[in-house]
Design a protein around this ligand. Structure first.
Ligand SMILES: [Fe+2]
Ligand SMILES: [Fe+2]
Length: 284
């Protein structure tokens, strides 16, 4: 299959559309939680940020759909917008169900340059999802929540995996069909976008307000005591591989962060053991 071809477009759009799940957060069976689990849930600091991010994503993607002419791509991106809004409703339902104290959400401001924002959002999702996969697995290993709650949240992670695979294929398809088809040009543009997303991520590690969903990597220490960067990166890589295995091998997958993580992991493994600076708690 040739990247940028009709066949490529049909594959990444059909794959996305046909794997869409039908569920409504309000109709899920929310489990009864014991007091310890409830207090853990209420103590998590990123609900507000996660909710704002998903609300904004739903509105931004829905606005971007209006600019898309191709009917098949439009159908796929419209579904992504619905899924992002459903993520927000899932968090809102959780907040209501378990009486988590959150301030009233602020109004959503849409960007002026919606296409550029959609691209920036996509690259940001590639980074965030990689860490979120590891974080979710870490919380599962630590029995931080009962399985019944994990089951309700797993579709969000699966949907984010679908979003990033769709995004990297869509971005490449668009580049090829709009004069950026030469591989070095595409690589340069992709690196430029990733470097912007990585700068935001680094700012989040430093505690700056990036206005995005950069909570996953920075809050990993919450779910496990004495968590090392080595262990966290290993989990992120393993979970990323597991979630990416479900996709058609002809589709492109986000590669930069897994490659950077693998190199970082190798360096950490070569470093002397038991250095305090290796802990996530030390980083965040
Ligand atoms: Fe989302
Ligand atoms: Fe998403």
């Amino acid at each position: 299959m040739k990247l940028g071809s009709e066949e490529h477009k049909t594959l990444f759009c059909r794959n996305f559309i046909e794997s869409h799940l039908t569920y409504e957060p309000e109709q899920l069976s929310w489990p009864q939680l014991d007091d310890i689990t409830l207090s853990r849930l209420r103590a998590i600091p990123f609900w507000r940020q996660a909710l704002d991010t998903e609300r904004r994503a739903g509105a931004m993607v829905a606005a971007f759909v209006e600019t898309v002419d191709d009917p098949l791509i439009r159908q796929a991106i419209a579904l992504q917008g619905q899924e992002e809004s459903r993520h927000a409703r899932l968090i809102q339902t959780l907040v209501k169900q378990y009486h988590i104290d959150l301030p009233t959400p602020s109004p959503i401001a849409l960007p002026l340059h919606i296409s550029a924002d959609f691209a920036a959002f996509g690259f940001g999702e590639c980074l965030d999802s990689f860490f979120a996969f590891g974080l979710f697995s870490l919380a599962g290993q630590a029995d931080f929540f009962p399985d019944s709650l994990f089951t309700l949240f797993d579709p969000i992670l699966s949907e984010e995996a679908r979003h990033i695979v769709f995004f990297v294929n869509w971005f490449t398809y668009e580049q090829i069909n709009h004069g950026w088809g030469l591989p070095p040009l595409r690589a340069a543009r992709t690196l430029w976008h990733y470097s912007r997303a990585i700068r935001k991520l680094i700012a989040a590690f430093g505690g700056a307000d990036t206005g995005g969903a950069r909570f996953a990597a920075t809050d990993a220490g919450l779910f496990a005591k004495n968590l090392t960067a080595e262990k966290f990166l290993t989990l992120c890589l393993k979970e990323n591989q597991r979630r990416m295995r479900q996709f058609d091998p002809n589709l492109l997958q986000p590669k930069l962060l897994p490659q950077l993580a693998a190199v970082s992991l190798r360096i950490l493994q070569l470093m002397p053991r038991r250095r305090p600076r290796q802990t996530i708690e030390g980083v965040s």
